[in-house]
Design a protein around this ligand. Structure first.
Ligand SMILES: Nc1ncnc2c1ncn2[C@@H]1O[C@H](COP(=O)(O)OP(=O)(O)OP(=O)(O)O)[C@@H](O)[C@H]1O
Ligand SMILES: [Mg+2]
Length: 375
């Protein structure tokens, strides 16, 4: 998959942008505040209907403008003849329009099917040090894409939890009322756990393949926790701890508590690794996600790497660039310094066929020539 055209109007400081990205590497550089992250946000909006930086559409609309628009043409590698047009418009009132090939679409889920995007920005650190929900979402993104029944099972779990938790909060509870929800929750939990565990195994293998050779990081391991005790069924646990759940007013154990722990021996990686080491491990997790995605679906993700040089030394910058290069994915990378950004990539990628460079200045984006030594 690759994004072949991108137009943006009135998104943050980007007033009117039209670019034709390269199929492999797009280097976007410019001063602080010039609009680089905003450009990546625009691409993310074409994939998810929203930005990776904020869920607030209003703050993204350019001051004094009524709406922003992002439009793109996506080419799928398996179907070179077929380009899909995607567009997203958001109004200040909160209304939005999503269009795919000229037809209005109600759910943003269809966008991700046409343009699956993975973003690596400063929030990547949350994969190690953030709350379990971040890692659960990370795992579930992949489970959603590779396990066809995931969405219906996940929705079923949300429904069970909603009903069970509202019963738990009532003044008087008839245990007989809880029983059917417990049984259904346990059934669905078993199903989602099987899917997650299957996908986790593949993810973990891909991750080990990436970090295995890196000095000081080969013993950073991933552990999957399903959200309840390994030794017991969830139904038995829910019955056993019913009073505790009533006291708390919510369901304490279950698939809604699943997590992936990133460990160095017996310690959490977030507590022991340096910032740069944490960032490269987080990047490896996100690259592994894209690798399993492409193995399982025969499609490629587009990668958005915001501020690639931040926290990484030249060795880790080249490591990350090497992983992305091997994946043959379309990549958009940003940074302040053009030379540092360009130096990270293998020479074979720095040709006019594969790579384009864009300079961002005060919200305007201009394609510039690759330096001649690299061509
Ligand atoms: N709604 C908005 N309307 C107009 N300008 C905005 C709006 N929201 C943010 N901006 C401005 O857009 C500019 C671009 O921000 P952006 O985060 O894209 O910059 P950047 O190039 O990524 O900078 P850095 O190198 O510091 O990360 C900033 O100057 C910001 O103040
Ligand atoms: Mg930025």
């Amino acid at each position: 998959m690759s994004l072949r055209c991108l137009s943006v109007q009135n998104l943050r400081n980007l007033q009117s942008i039209d670019i034709e990205p390269a199929t492999r590497l797009n280097i976007i550089y410019g001063a602080n505040g010039s609009g680089k992250t905003s450009l990546l946000e625009a691409i993310n909006i074409l994939s998810l209907g929203r930005s990776f930086r904020s869920r607030k559409h209003k703050t993204m609309i350019q001051y004094d403008q009524p709406s922003f628009t992002v439009f793109g043409k996506v080419e799928s590698v398996s179907d070179v003849a077929g380009q899909v047009s995607v567009g997203v418009q958001r109004e200040r009132s909160g209304d939005g329009i999503i269009r795919i090939d000229g037809r209005n679409v109600l759910s943003a889920i269809e966008l991700a099917e046409n343009l699956p995007v993975l973003a690596i920005d400063s929030s990547a650190f949350d994969l190690l040090g953030g709350s379990p929900s971040v890692r659960r979402q990370y795992l579930d993104w992949l489970v959603f894409h590779v396990e066809p029944s995931f969405l219906s099972v996940w929705k079923g779990i949300q429904k069970c939890l909603k009903h069970r938790n509202s019963l738990l909060r009532r003044d008087k509870i008839d245990p007989l009322q809880l029983a059917p929800w417990d049984a259904e929750l346990a059934r669905l939990a078993h199903s989602i756990d099987e899917m997650r565990a299957r996908v986790f195994e593949r993810l973990s293998e891909a991750y080990r393949g990436l970090v295995g050779g890196l000095e000081g990081l080969s013993d950073v391991a991933l552990n999957y926790h399903r959200g309840w005790d390994r030794e017991q069924t969830l139904e038995a646990l829910l019955a056993e701890h019913q009073q505790r759940d009533i006291d708390l007013g919510y369901t304490r154990q279950g698939p809604q508590r699943a997590d992936i722990r990133v460990m160095v021996g017996r310690h959490l990686a977030a507590d022991t690794l340096s910032r740069g080491q944490q960032k490269i491990v987080a990047c490896a997790l996100l690259i592994a996600q894209g690798l399993v995605f492409s193995q399982q679906t025969d499609r490629q993700c587009v990668y958005l790497i915001d501020d690639l040089p931040a926290e990484l030394d030249a060795h880790f910058r080249a490591t990350l660039a090497g992983w992305l290069c091997d994946m043959q994915a379309q990549v958009f990378v940003t940074g302040v310094d053009q030379e540092i950004l360009l130096a990270a990539w293998p020479d074979k990628l720095k040709t006019q066929d594969c790579t384009k460079m864009f300079h961002v200045e005060h919200g305007a984006v201009k394609e510039v020539e690759l330096p001649s030594i690299a061509v």
